[in-house]
Design a protein around this ligand. Sequence first.
Ligand SMILES: Cc1cc2nc3c(=O)[nH]c(=O)nc-3n(C[C@H](O)[C@H](O)[C@H](O)COP(=O)(O)O)c2cc1C
Length: 171
Amino acid sequence: MTEGGTTKPAAGVHDARRFRSALGWFTTGVAVVTTRVPGGEAIGITVNSFSSVSLDPPLVLWCLDKKSDTLAAFEAASHFTVNVLREDHREISSRLSRKGDHSLAGLAVIERENGCPALLEALAHFECEIEARHDAGDHVIMIGRVLAFDCAEDGRPLLYHRGGYQMLPPL
Ligand SMILES: Cc1cc2nc3c(=O)[nH]c(=O)nc-3n(C[C@H](O)[C@H](O)[C@H](O)COP(=O)(O)O)c2cc1C
């Protein structure tokens, strides 16, 4: 394999640091997944593992670290909403990726039909009912059936690339 002009042997998959580094070349958007703990507080977690799965039926997925403080909430929840972040949402992304701070207090949110709060300024919302949870190594794959969605007419997404935030180049 060539890297920066030099040839390096393929890294073994036990090389966790290089595995993360290789995955980091896959540039993604950033989303906040929100839910409401049954009878309780609204929470959100920053993710970049969001992906579309199926158009008919409309299914999406994201992956949750089993070590996350939010695991119990998402295991108990029946619904979640995926909020796609704008490039000026870095602060929200950082806040909701901090351990022990997943409250949405002080953020502009609206209640949606699936009972989960949605971030008002997000580029797109996907309101989901949890269709399935699949055990997958150190993560749980959360599959959501999209009950409703909306999206902005224009805007610019926040990107995540090699462990840091990025933006699309100017038009
Ligand atoms: C850009 C970005 C993407 C992330 N993607 C995921 C993800 O897909 N799944 C996940 O479980 N955690 C992801 N995290 C970490 C979570 O946001 C999480 O909040 C963090 O692990 C804090 O620990 P806690 O969940 O135990 O509070 C991501 C963090 C950032 C900054």
